[in-house]
Design a protein around this ligand. Sequence first.
Ligand code: HEM
Length: 410
Amino acid sequence: MTQPLIRQILDYDNRADPYPLYAELRETPVLHDGHGTYVVSTYWEILSLLHDPRVSSDRRKRTVQDIYGLTQDGDEGSALPPPFLRLDPPEHDRLRTVTNRSFGPPHSPRRVLGMRDELEAVVSGLIDGIEDSGRIDLVEQFSYPFPVTAICRLLGVPREDEPRFHTWADTLAASLDPMPGEDPTERNRRTRDAQLQLGGYLAELIEKRRAHPGDDMLSELAAGTGENGELSTIEAITTAALLLIAGHETTVNLITNGMLTLLRNPEVLKRLGDDPRTAPRIVEELLRYEPPVQLIPNRTAVADIDIAGATIPSGAALWLVPGSGNRDPLRFADPERFDPDREDIEHLGFGSGIHICFGAPLARQETELALSHLARRLHGPRLLEDPPPYRRNAVLRGPRHLYIGCDDIR
Ligand code: HEM
């Protein structure tokens, strides 16, 4: 009986505006679909489950079948072992801690701070290169290429190899967004090929960096590998690939959702163009209002859990819906309003608990730079299509194209 509501969320027709459905969903904070999946849509319950050690991120612990065909990151039948996003403690903590060491502490990630000027130059270069023939596709010309370049610079991929990285990232992103009628076997083959090529490339680069370290994240990861090292080479490869996969489509969508929301709220866009210091609050509110990760469908209960009057049995699949929790009126005043001036924006856009987004400082910096430069340099920008066409993906939600017109780019 409850299945239709879940199906409706996945239905592409509701992609442009899933929020009225979420309001319906929140009437039953923990909704059982009748087949072993429990959908959790209210803020406090999502937060509590994200911090609950009885909730696993390891798919191998799941006993129910995924009848909805949802894969968050195309890693079913992956050519690489599961990355730490898909592991539980103690393995998760060991890998995340080692990786963190080469990133810098969460609140002053030296590597991210040190990349600011370089990323600013990338943003300026991309905007300089926008071809305005009266209809700019911001996704293709800006939001899509920027985050891959950022990850390449973070890892220390040589400039001449960046185009290859872009090709693999394209294939892996396409695997998240199946087109109707596309042959799944063919798509899985392409995804596996891209994973193998990316893995092979990273293995070589790690080898080179171990012999001749540079000042980049891959060199630091490589230094921890080898005999008696903290990381095996395959773990270093999987972790580097995770950074690319987790940091790409998500950031593309935050930048694109961000421009869309700003074009719908021109007074905020103008304020940002006049004063880039307003960017951090705008980005935080965007992560609440239009989070790229709408749904976290990869959790499994590993014990019976009593919550909000329901019992989630051990082995059940959990879908946590941060896109809905972020609009929960029991948590946020006037939640359907985009308001960067709100006092309290403690959103679920980066998740929470032990798996809270590792790349959040980089994602924030990229998006702040991207939106503030676009706001300053695009003159008279306007949406040519509203709502824009969306990608099919219900988990990582965002426009496939964002067509805008403008009077001038300076
Ligand atoms: C985890 C969102 C950008 C790396 C997560 C999670 C969310 C998220 C919701 C938690 C997933 C879960 O609990 O299962 C986002 C958003 C981004 C973004 C909205 C952009 C706006 C990035 C970037 C990187 C990155 C740029 C890499 C540099 C990771 C990693 C994890 C993660 C490695 C796994 C953490 C763990 O399991 O401990 N992200 N992310 N993310 N993110 Fe991000």
